[in-house]
Design a protein around this ligand. Structure first.
Ligand code: MG
Length: 176
C-alpha cells in the first residue's frame, strides 16, 4: 500500500490518521424503551424512526463515513427503503466499518456525547461501550461515552428528542 493517496487532480495526502464527526437526532414519543448504542434502555419513551432509532450508532456510522470519504448514512441506507425498516443499527455501523476498511482505514478511537433528559444512562454506559468496542474492534479503553441532560431547555430538555454526537479517529489499514 502506498503511503500516499491522490485525488483526480493529483493532489496527494500523506495523512496517517483521519477524523470524522457524526451527529444524529430522533424525536421521542411514548413507548416501551429506547435503543442506544445497541442497548435497550428501559423507560416509557421510544424513538420515532424508520430503523430502530439508535441515535448513537447513527452518529457513529456518519462519523466513520465522514472520515473515510463516504456519503452520509441517509444515502447508504435510505429511510424510504423498506428493507431497512426496523433495522438493527449495528448492521449500519458494521457496513460503515467495512466501507472504511475497503478505503484503507480502520477505527482507532471514538468519543461520544448523548444528550437526553431522561432516563439517566449511567447504568447502561459500560454495556454501550462494550457494544461499540465489538463493532469497531477497538479496546473499550479507546472509547469515551458521556450523557448530558438538556437542563430542561430546548427539544432535549423538554424530553422531545435524543441527540448524539460522535467523533472518530481512523488510522491507516491494509486495503481489503
Ligand atoms: Mg438516525
Amino acid at each position: 500500500m502506498s503511503d500516499f493517496e491522490s485525488d483526480q487532480s493529483g493532489r496527494e495526502s500523506d495523512l496517517s490518521y483521519r477524523f470524522g464527526l457524526g451527529s444524529d437526532r430522533h424525536r421521542l414519543e411514548e413507548g416501551d424503551g429506547l435503543i442506544l448504542s445497541g442497548v435497550k434502555v428501559a423507560c416509557d419513551l421510544s424513538a420515532v424512526a424508520h430503523s430502530d432509532g439508535d441515535a448513537v450508532l447513527h452518529a457513529v456510522a456518519d462519523a466513520i463515513f465522514g472520515a473515510s470519504g463516504g456519503a452520509d448514512i441517509g444515502e447508504h441506507f435510505p429511510d424510504d427503503d423498506d428493507q431497512f425498516k426496523g433495522m438493527d443499527s449495528s448492521a449500519i455501523v458494521e457496513a460503515a466499518v467495512h466501507w472504511a476498511l475497503e478505503k484503507g482505514w480502520k477505527p482507532a478511537q471514538l468519543d461520544i456525547v448523548i444528550h437526553l433528559e431522561r432516563p439517566r444512562l449511567s447504568g447502561y454506559r459500560e454495556k454501550m461501550k462494550e457494544n461499540l468496542s465489538r463493532l469497531l474492534t477497538i479496546p473499550v479503553e479507546c472509547i469515551g461515552l458521556k450523557a448530558k441532560s438538556g437542563e430542561g431547555l430546548g427539544p432535549v430538555g423538554e424530553g422531545r428528542a435524543v441527540d448524539a454526537l460522535a467523533i472518530i479517529q481512523l488510522k491507516r489499514a491494509e486495503k481489503r
